[in-house]
Design a protein around this ligand. Structure first.
Ligand SMILES: Cc1ncc(COP(=O)(O)O)c(C=O)c1O
Length: 387
């Protein structure tokens, strides 16, 4: 077996589907991409403008490991403007995407062998990163009836089987697009504080909500660790830039880790990210497209008989139960790609057990993409035979 024991983690299946879709495209096929969770739009013009100016005027050397002070201040302002929450910029750490924020925070918080609870289904990389770092990842089962969110009762049951050191919670969530209610977030946060459990709140899909706005865990706990990113709402996946908010006493811990692991986050991306905050009009226009796509996809899936899913409140995903059509989502997704050129991700990426009954569709493309995908699915004998 090549590689260390700790490196034996599974692949991020969505990237595998992306590779298969790319192979088909290289062979001349026209694929509608609903597999990867990324906007098709570029960074807002204000971000690109800032980056272009920096290319000519700035040596673009390393920054401080915690990031550019002006960007940390701008993020602090963002908490005041959007959530009416005051956050000292000294607690904000700029990272290479939220992915690096996970590595830094998990290393700062947990020792090997500690248990970090993860709601299932969930974003697969939490499980894979934690497991590579030596943590155990007990899974909290959820379901569409509970909008795919855990409760304090679930945590108590899990805590009874062995002390928990952490909980990672995302709202809006990937793959389901569902959100936790403010009251349940408060209950969970209190339970975590009372039981010495670190709450890591992944807020990467904040801003992408269609009914209620999302509540930051910072509004209910000073001890919560916040992970966020410019990848989704700010439409900057490839710029690899995100942030962490940590309690005061962890700042220097994370700083030492960040210095050693990454030196500093990418300078040009930090400059662009600061510019992105002025691009709100463009970003809200993107969100309006997602909202229209969501309505179209939800209605289209219902027409196809694929109506078994919890209403998606945010992000840009619908997590659909395909049990009435197939017993194996991985094969279903593969055939769908091969026979209709619509790429979507099988649920096993997000839930190794129950996920084989689910497909995740991402609606972050154009509205024309969603129309095209629905037309193809309507004409697919596998589905049309039943409608
Ligand atoms: C819930 C969630 N968290 C984190 C990430 C990682 O994002 P990035 O590293 O681009 O910030 C993703 C990417 O899809 C995600 O869905």
């Amino acid at each position: 077996m090549a590689g260390s024991d700790r490196s034996q983690i599974s692949s991020f299946i969505v990237m595998d589907v992306m590779r298969q879709a790319a192979l088909r495209e290289a062979a001349g096929e026209k694929v509608v991409h609903m597999e990867v969770g990324q906007p098709g739009t570029p960074a807002p013009e204000t971000a690109r403008f800032a980056a272009k100016a920096a290319l000519d005027q700035n040596a673009l050397g390393y920054t401080l490991a915690l990031g550019l002070p002006s960007l940390r201040q701008r993020i602090s302002d963002h908490y005041r403007e959007i959530y009416q929450v005051s956050v000292d910029p000294a607690r904000i750490v700029i990272t290479s995407g939220s992915s690096a924020a996970f590595v830094l925070s998990f290393l700062a918080l947990f020792d090997p062998g500690q248990r970090v609870a993860l709601p299932s289904p969930g974003y697969p990389c939490y499980r894979h990163i934690l497991s590579a770092l030596g943590q155990e990842t007990p899974l909290l089962p959820t379901g569409p009836d509970r909008r795919w969110m855990p409760t304090v009762a679930d945590l108590k049951v899990m805590q009874a089987t062995g002390a928990l050191s952490g909980l990672v919670l995302a709202s809006p969530a990937n793959p389901t697009g569902t959100m936790i209610t403010p009251q349940r977030l408060q209950e969970i946060s209190c339970f975590c504080d009372d039981n010495d459990i670190w709450l890591i709140s992944d807020e990467i899909y904040h801003g992408l909500t269609y009914n209620e706005t999302a509540q930051t865990a910072l509004a209910v706990s000073d001890r919560a660790i916040i992970v966020n990113s410019f990848s989704k709402y700010y439409s900057m996946t490839g710029w690899r830039i995100g942030w962490l908010v940590v309690p005061d006493n962890l700042v220097s811990v994370v700083e030492r880790l960040a210095q050693n692991f990454y030196i500093s986050p990418p300078t040009i991306s930090q400059i662009a990210a600061e510019g992105a905050f002025s691009g709100r009009r463009e970003l809200e226009a993107n969100r309006a497209v997602y909202a229209a796509n969501r309505d179209l996809l939800v209605a289209g899936l219902h027409d196809l008989g694929l109506s078994n899913f919890a209403p998606p409140d945010g992000a840009f995903y619908v997590y659909v139960d395909i049990r009435d059509f197939a017993s194996d989502a991985a094969t279903f997704a593969k055939q769908m790609l091969e026979e209709t050129n619509v790429a979507a991700t099988p649920g096993i990426d997000f839930d190794a057990e129950g996920g084989n009954h689910y497909i995740r569709f991402c609606y972050a493309g154009t509205t024309a993409d969603i129309e095209r995908a629905l037309d193809r699915l309507k004409a697919w004998p596998r589905l049309s035979a039943r409608t």
